[in-house]
Design a protein around this ligand. Structure first.
Ligand SMILES: Nc1nc2c(ncn2[C@@H]2O[C@H](COP(=O)(O)O[C@H]3[C@@H](O)[C@H](n4cnc5c(=O)[nH]c(N)nc54)O[C@@H]3COP(=O)(O)O)[C@@H](O)[C@H]2O)c(=O)[nH]1
Length: 957
């Protein structure tokens, strides 16, 4: 990757450049300003000093000129005095040396009257008395005389004409201005002026007509020397002054010498500085820009390359490398970056492989496929020279099924298992989520590593694989020296170990799922899926072998009662025991299947014609029925169960799986309808019966709505044959099929829970009918209604019945509920509680079909029953079967002992009646008295009976 940085395109570069320029400009600027001020200050100082020095120099010149003038004046006085002595006229006017210094001379009398020598009297200043006195006292007078204009100002000097002789007069001279104010040494650009210190009157100014303001004059008169700044004609000036102490030499005012110079002149040097400074700054900036650009390009180009590299990595280009040869930290950074991408690439490869393995785990059929994938893919991504995976049996410390793949070779499975050192096994067992690193010289795992068949110096990484907390496998990676084990390989190997664990666990789970899908978890028998599969195979074999095959379809009789009464766990236990019985009754090659619920199928194959298949399967069926007669213990109770067996034969009854099962089912239905606990072979007619049942069930669903149901009443009579009550019995008059027996449709209704709706309807009709009878003065009558076990278990039974009683307004004492024994077994407490609730409604409870069910007599006394109804099967055999008579006697004695009423049903003969009476049965019901009849007919029976009793009421209109 070779790319140079463009300054305009890089924000960072622009920022750094800007910072550099700023960093350079700020100190240069500050330095410039400071220097400027410093120079200005110094120039100011220098100028002021120069001006001051100029003032002094000028003053010294002035003093020397005044002293020279004084000495000239004294010489002139001497000459005048000599000539006065000689009475010779003075001829000083022609004296050149005097004319050069003085404009005019005058001699004053001692009284001050002029005696002019060369001066107009009018111009001679008048001397004050003090001045005269000072002159007389020997002092030289210096007297400024101001004119109208500055150029008219003059300076006079006066002395005694003769020293120590005041009477001789005073010599006065006007000092020649050109000589006195000689300003040749003064810079012509400067201003110079001289003022009298006492009056601040201007005596001389170098510039004609210059008149400083009174303020300025006052300012410079305040001190002996000083500096100042001022403004003239809008131009700034620097100035200095010095006071010449004239009074120490002469009698007269001190003189103030002032010099001033325009600032522009003083700061001439600064102007040059100002002119040079900007180009210097510009040059500095250019240098800074140039140098910093070079620096930026030098340092940011590698940075840009690194950024580009990270972008490419972010886009998924893990092959990209950044090249920087700067021999500095950038080169180090590039090396780190390249190492990072290398590791990322490696990690990515590892992850991709792991993902592939994960996919395999999810989709592979077994752990072997996953192990194969690992053996093929892992060496390249873990950079190992050998990989081995083995299954471990930690209990006996053996590694078997060892698979090895060495670099450049195909994987192989080692035939011999390896016995591992116990300590090694313990170490591996204890190591959860880790790996052991083993060198050539280590003793660890030496037995296992030995069989991997490598020579030379190696390092190994052994990763234990735990499945459900148990050591199940090991993964071993081998690295040939001098190669070291890369750290990422260690993590990847551990991670792969986890996946192997999942795969192995999945395999176990798959096995479980298979079991679950194909075997019944309750009994362990194969299920419907296996049945279809195996039956298909058996059929194929039977066809091939020209053999026959039998399918038994079995359903336990009244199993529902067991479930409902003893609970589901008892039902489950019964099913398990029954499954065992079935298995014992068939050959190992036969198939016993539980379809679900209490339905079982047995497939008996290899029936060859010469062995009389029908006889053989009949014998097997008998064997099953007989075996079931042996009581089994369920929920601590001895119990027998029966089954109804339907048998279909291949090829006679059907030649495919579905039809064989369907026909065996139909045959089973037939066996059930014929009294249960038997077996029936399929015949085409049975099939029709089964179909008829299905149709019947559909018809029944709409029967109430179509008003096809009726209630018939069968009278119950006392010893005198008088009707004391009746049993309500349902009838179904189908519009097409005619009258259908309840024995046919009630079991169907019970199987589909339609019975609940039917029972509600019967109860309501009965209540209304009782009311109607009583309204006609017939009765009192107690009419019983049948309640199936399904009805009794209905959670809202009591509420529903209470609602019917309420709705119809019937007196509950005229209604009796006939329960079957099945409701009274199982959760006896709940049953008793519910019966009490019914009793609390005022109803009478009777136990129907007593003696035919499962109930334990010991519970009977707990039940709040009013009536025991002896089943008609005992009554029917009363005359012929001694044991039936004994049962009837026992039931009647029991009822008597418990204070219950008794009624015998199915009384058809007078003999039966007589026998029942002999045993003190209370009431009777049966064809001997009347069949169940429609309500109108029953009304007639009642009326006839009333007539017999002599209690007949007039018929209701
Ligand atoms: N849950 C409900 N079950 C009902 C209802 N109506 C009837 N049933 C039950 O249907 C079974 C068949 O009933 P049915 O054909 O009405 O037979 C009853 C009587 O007709 C019959 N019986 C009465 N006397 C004699 C006789 O002298 N000989 C003889 N061969 N049969 C006789 O017995 C049946 C009454 O039995 P039971 O109920 O046990 O007292 C039957 O199991 C009915 O219970 C209904 O509304 N709900």
């Amino acid at each position: 990757m070779d790319r140079r940085l463009s300054l305009s395109g890089s924000k960072v570069a622009r920022r750094i450049l800007f910072s550099f320029v700023l960093a350079a400009l700020i100190p240069i600027g500050i330095l410039g300003v400071l220097s400027f001020q410093q120079v200005k200050q110094q120039l100011q100082e220098q100028t002021a000093k120069a001006l001051q020095r100029g003032c002094k120099d000028y003053a010294y010149g002035l003093v020397s000129r005044l002293l020279f003038a004084e000495s000239s004046l004294r010489l002139a006085a001497l000459k005048i005095h000599k000539s006065n002595k000689n009475d010779k006229p003075v001829a000083l006017a022609g004296e050149q040396w005097l004319q050069g210094q003085f404009t005019g001379l005058a001699v004053l009398q001692a009284d001050g009257q002029p005696a002019t020598l060369s001066q107009d009297n009018a111009a001679i200043p008048v001397l004050t008395a003090e001045e005269l006195a000072q002159i007389v006292a020997g002092k030289t007078l210096l007297k400024p005389v101001n004119g109208q204009r500055l150029e008219d100002s003059r300076l006079w000097m006066a002395i005694n004409l003769v020293e120590n002789s005041p009477k001789a007069g005073i010599l006065m001279a006007e000092l020649k201005p050109e000589l006195l104010w000689n300003s040749e040494t003064i810079d012509p650009n400067n201003l110079l002026w001289v003022m009298a210190a006492d009056s601040v009157q201007m005596l001389f100014a170098l510039e004609q007509d210059f008149d400083p303001s009174p303020e300025l004059r006052a300012q410079v008169a305040q001190a002996n020397s000083g500096r100042f700044s001022w403004q003239k004609d809008e131009e700034a000036y620097l100035g200095a002054y010095w006071k010449l102490p004239v009074a120490t030499l002469f009698f007269g005012p001190d003189l103030i010498i002032v010099q001033s110079q325009p600032e522009s002149l003083a700061f001439r040097a600064i102007r040059q500085f100002s002119a040079i400074y900007p180009p210097v700054i510009l040059l500095a900036v250019l240098i800074v820009v140039y140098l910093s650009s070079r620096l930026i390009v030098k340092y940011l180009t590698p940075l840009e390359r690194l950024i580009l590299g990270t972008h490419r990595v972010a886009e998924g280009d893990l092959e990209c490398r950044v090249t920087i040869d700067s021999d500095d930290e950038f080169e180090e950074l590039a090396d780190s970056f390249n190492e990072m991408t290398r590791r990322l690439r490696s990690q990515f490869n590892i992850l991709a492989t792991m993902a592939e393995i994960d996919r395999n785990i999810l989709s592979a059929l077994n752990a072997e496929d996953i192990i194969d994938t690992a053996l093929n893919r892992l060496p390249s991504i873990l950079f190992c020279d050998l990989i081995s995976i083995a299954v471990i049996n930690p209990d006996i410390g053996i590694a078997n099924d060892i698979r090895v793949r060495r670099r450049g070779q195909n994987s192989e499975i080692l035939s011999e298992p390896v016995i591992l050192n116990q300590q090694d096994v313990a170490d591996l067992r204890d190591l959860q989520n880790g790996a052991i690193e083993i060198g050539n010289d280590d003793e660890q795992m030496s037995e296992y590593l030995h069989v991997l068949g490598v020579s030379g110096a190696w390092r190994y990484l052994v990763v234990p694989v735990h499945v459900n907390g148990t050591l199940a496998s090991i993964i071993c990676l081998g690295y040939q020296a001098p190669k070291q084990i890369p750290p990422e390989s260690r993590n990847a190997a551990i991670s792969f170990g986890d996946r192997i664990a999942v795969a192995l666990s999945n395999a176990a789970w798959e096995e479980k799922l298979y079991q679950h899908a194909h075997y019944d978890s309750l009994t362990g028998l194969p299920n419907r899926l296996v049945l279809h599969d195996r039956l298909g195979q058996e059929l194929a074999r039977a066809r091939r072998d020209d053999a026959q095959l039998a399918v038994f379809f079995m359903d336990l009789d009244r199993f529902k009662n067991v479930n409902d009464s003893l609970g589901h766990s008892a039902g489950d236990e019964l099913l398990r025991q029954v499954a065992g019985i079935f298995l014992n009754c068939v050959r190992a090659t036969d198939l016993v299947v539980r379809l679900g619920g209490d339905e079982f199928v047995i497939v008996i194959g290899e029936l060859h014609t010469q062995h009389n298949p029908a006889a053989f399967v009949s014998a097997v069926a008998e064997k099953i029925l007989t075996a079931l007669k042996q009581p089994v213990t369920v929920a601590g109770l001895p119990m027998t169960v029966t089954t109804s067996v339907g048998i279909a034969l291949f090829p006679d009854d059907a030649d495919n799986v579905q039809d064989l099962l369907k026909n065996a089912d139909a045959a089973m239905y037939h066996a059930k309808s014929e009294g249960r606990a038997n077996f029936r072979f399929y015949s085409p007619e049975l099939n029709a019966a089964a179909l008829e049942n299905i149709k019947l069930e559909q018809e029944l669903r709409g029967a109430i709505g179509r008003n096809e149901l009726l209630v018939f009443y069968q009278p119950k009579v006392d010893w005198d044959g008088h009707i004391v009550g009746a049993e309500a019995l349902i009838r179904w008059r189908h519009t097409e099929l005619g009258m259908i027996s309840p024995a046919k449709f009630i079991p169907l209704a019970e199987q589909t829970s339609l019975i609940v709706e039917i029972s509600d309807w019967v109860l309501e009709q009965t209540c209304l009918w009782v009311n109607a009878c009583h309204a006609q003065g017939l009765g009192p009558l107690r009419i019983s209604v049948n309640l199936s076990a399904v009805d009794f278990k209905h959670p809202e039974l009591v509420e529903k019945i209470a609602a019917v009683l309420n709705r119809t307004g019937v007196d509950p004492k005229f209604i009796e509920l006939e329960l079957t024994e099945s409701v009274a077994i199982g959760d006896i407490k709940a049953c008793i509680e519910r019966m009490h609730h019914l009793k609390e409604l005022g109803l009478t409870l009777s136990m129907d079909d007593f003696g035919t069910g499962f109930s334990s007599l010991s519970y009977l006394k707990e039940l709040p029953l009013d009536v025991l109804k002896i089943d008609q099967s005992f009554v029917r055999q009363l005359e012929t079967d001694g044991s039936s008579a004994a049962i009837v006697r026992a039931i009647l004695a029991l009822a008597d002992g418990l204070g219950m009423e008794t009624i015998a049903e199915g009384v058809e003969t007078a003999v039966q009646l007589e026998l029942l009476k002999q045993h003190h049965c209370g009431l009777f019901q049966g064809y001997l008295f009347s069949r169940p009849v429609p309500k109108d007919e029953f009304l007639s029976l009642l009326q006839a009976d009333a007539l017999k009793r002599g209690t007949a009421q007039p018929a209701a209109s």
